[in-house]
Design a protein around this ligand. Structure first.
Ligand code: PRX
Length: 640
């Protein structure tokens, strides 16, 4: 299987680093960790009692210190954040200003009784205060848990209850497509029955009317007359930095817990290798901080390097399709990191729009979150990068903390292949295996596995070591199982082929089928439900839902559909809204009761079933065909 290659690099070639990493990954990471500032050195680089890894044991460090304090002597007047509001406002926040804001807000948190290890929930729009809040938590050893501002009150309630956050930081509202999203109202609803929340801090961003409750305090009031000095706590390397909830295959989101020393080492190294970051660069990652990309490569990695970055508040196509290119031109962006979904959308708008902007400062282009199809890769390379910027397709996950597969132009110059993330980062051993863990032959689809620990890996799942073991470490002995399909080609390049489990990827966002199904069946008229993803030209994948109503329910399906969609929006958030709901009389199941999702997908795609010989559970081919035909007929009748 030959594929096109693009020889474009930055001339860096440091193969010795890769060799060193391959021969002894522990000493290799030991060296990398020394690029950070530690309060005290570690005695042991890695304590590995599978599946729990502790990196740099005995060392003490602080994330906020490495993000801010270390830059004060040389970069206090350098821009840390070039912020662009959706409504056209802009702010230039320097490293010096961030340092003051973070110290002040850390003192605010202390004054509200926040102590080391306490959890703080953050539900803010994309404004600099979101990063200030995170770095302030890190400064005093509190564990932040950021919730994407598109999530609903029920999702917040579940997450706040699970993390037992005493403090919530929110805003009156945030701008999205010219409208105000009333975040404070959502928080009021989410925490009305939670008595352990002691304080809510409210940033006034949109100045819309809000109700102030006894627990509420305005951000500005708290920041007035508070000391500007707050030294960073020396924390053990494995001190938890944050919890980030993410969807899995069960009904409840999992609280992925990340540590400090290992995580920062991973980010520092990968940011340098993948983006070849220089002091003069202007970096722009479009990810919302509510997702892991925004945590790792907006809130932390650029700060570790004292880099300047653009932060944008709103929708990428608001007020029109030229917004992104306008931002790139305005701030002279040199490194742009976005998602295939965004690129597919921009590509649909046509070349004329980006061609009418000056994008000549760009030197590197990144992609993350979903497989990038070769067609889009080439469009990105030609139309946006003018054939001079390498495409950095980075594969990783919430759980991995940072990139694990990516071209690394800051380290080495290798040919790129459109659609491949190329090679694992140094020090990480990745294979593609079959069901029993044996390496599959070259160019054969299999499961991706990671065979050794890496510094950015999650510590565990919040309050659930058992689930951590079962979800990631039980399929193959002592190997991390990410739940992705992949193949390795003749050059050892990895091609990521999508999720191998029941996790959907809609516009690059993770949505668990079980979570969505349990939300749908909570509607009083619904007996059963199954959801699946079908390919979509822009979003990669969209959701379709199959719903079986309870016996005797005779409601109009249009009204029911609306009620179910409202329920999903209220319980999860609009990102989980299905594109289509099919009301059916029963779900296709194997004899042992497993839903045959492949049939559902085939129906959604209006396809034939295809090869059923490998169907799970050994269901008979005729039986599958019969269920498929019945289901199709029931949908047809329903639509007539
Ligand atoms: O399926 C892979 C896909 O996104 C999943 C992780 O999702 P999440 O935890 O939300 O993190 C996304 C941002 C890091 C992976 O299991 N994925 C991520 N990056 C890529 C990708 N699939 C293909 N190519 C990528 N570059």
């Amino acid at each position: 299987m030959m594929s096109e290659t693009y020889r474009i690099g930055l001339g860096n070639n440091n193969n010795s680093l890769r060799e060193k990493a391959n021969s002894d990954f522990v000493s290799f990471w030991d060296e990398q960790a020394k690029h950070l500032s530690w309060f005290s050195p570690w005695d042991k680089t890695l304590d590995w009692s599978p599946p729990f890894a502790k990196w740099f044991v005995g060392g003490t460090i602080n994330a906020s210190y490495n993000a801010l304090d270390i830059h004060q002597s040389e970069k206090s007047t350098k821009s840390a954040i070039l912020w662009e509001g959706e409504n056209g406002e802009s702010r230039n926040v320097t490293y010096g200003e961030m340092f003051t804001l973070v110290q002040k807000f850390a003192n605010v948190l202390k004054s509200l009784g926040v102590q080391k290890d306490d959890r703080v929930t953050i539900y803010l729009p994309m404004v600099p205060e979101l990063i200030v809040s995170m770095l302030a938590c890190a400064r005093i050893g509190a564990i932040h848990t950021v919730i994407f501002s598109g999530f609903s009150a029920t999702s917040i309630k579940d997450r706040v209850s699970d993390s037992k956050s005493k403090i919530i930081i929110t805003a009156d509202g945030g701008y999205r497509r010219g409208k105000i999203v009333k975040l404070k109202d959502v928080i009021d609803d989410a925490i009305k029955d939670i008595d352990f929340v002691e304080h809510v801090v409210v940033l006034e961003r949109t100045k819309n009317k809000i109700t102030m409750n006894p627990k509420d305090n305005l951000w500005n009031d708290l920041m007035n007359n508070i000391s500007e000095l707050c030294s960073a706590e020396a924390l053990p390397s494995d001190h938890p930095l944050y919890i980030l909830y993410t969807s899995g295959t069960t009904g409840k989101p999992k609280g992925v817990l990340h540590g400090t020393g290992g995580y920062l080492t991973h980010l520092h190294s990968t940011f340098k290798w993948a983006f070849d970051i220089k002091d003069s660069d202007v970096f722009f990652c479009t990810a919302d901080i509510g997702w892991v990309t925004g945590h790792s490569y907006v809130a932390y990695a650029p700060f570790l390097h004292g880099a300047t970055q653009v932060m944008y508040e709103g929708a990428p196509d608001f007020p029109d399709a030229s917004r992104m290119w306008d931002i790139l031109q305005k701030y002279k962006v040199t490194i742009f990191y976005t998602t295939p979904t965004a690129l597919r959308m921009f590509m649909k708008f046509g070349d004329e729009i980006p061609n009418s902007f000056d994008l000549s400062n760009l030197r590197l282009l990144g992609s993350v979150g979903e497989p990038i199809n070769p067609e889009v890769w080439k469009w990105y390379f030609k139309t946006i990068g003018k054939e001079k910027c390498p495409i950095i397709d980075t594969w990783w996950q919430t759980e991995t903390g940072g990139m694990l597969i990516s071209p690394l132009p800051g380290l080495e110059s290798i040919p790129l292949k459109p659609g491949s993330g190329t090679l694992p980062i140094p020090g990480v051993d990745i294979s593609v295996v079959d069901e029993i863990g044996k390496d599959v032959p070259v160019n054969t689809k299999g499961y991706l596995v990671i065979k050794n620990p890496w510094p950015g890996m999650l510590l565990t799942l919040w309050n659930d070591d058992e689930k951590y073991k079962t979800v990631y470490w039980s399929k193959y002995e002592n190997c991390y199982y990410p739940g992705d399909y992949a193949r390795k080609d003749e050059d050892g390049y990895l091609w990521l082929l999508g999720r191998a489990d029941d996790v959907l990827k809609v516009a690059g966002h993770r949505i668990g089928t079980a979570e969505l199904e349990s939300c749908i069946v909570s509607h009083p008229s619904v007996a059963e439900s199954a959801v699946c993803g079908i390919p979509d030209e822009v979003k990669g994948e969209v959701i379709i839902a199959f719903v079986v109503l309870k016996q005797g329910v005779e409601q109009n399906s249009k009204i029911l559909e609306k009620e179910i969609i409202d329920k999903i929006r209220n319980n999860i958030g609009s990102i989980a809204t299905p594109k289509q709901i099919y009301f059916v009389s029963k779900l296709p199941k194997t004899r042992s009761g497993k839903i045959m999702r492949r049939l559902l997908k085939a129906i959604g795609n209006n396809e034939k079933i295809g090869d059923v010989s490998t169907l799970e559970d050994g269901a008979a081919v005729t039986e599958v065909q019969q269920v498929f035909d019945e289901l199709k007929t029931s949908i047809k009748n329903n639509l007539e």
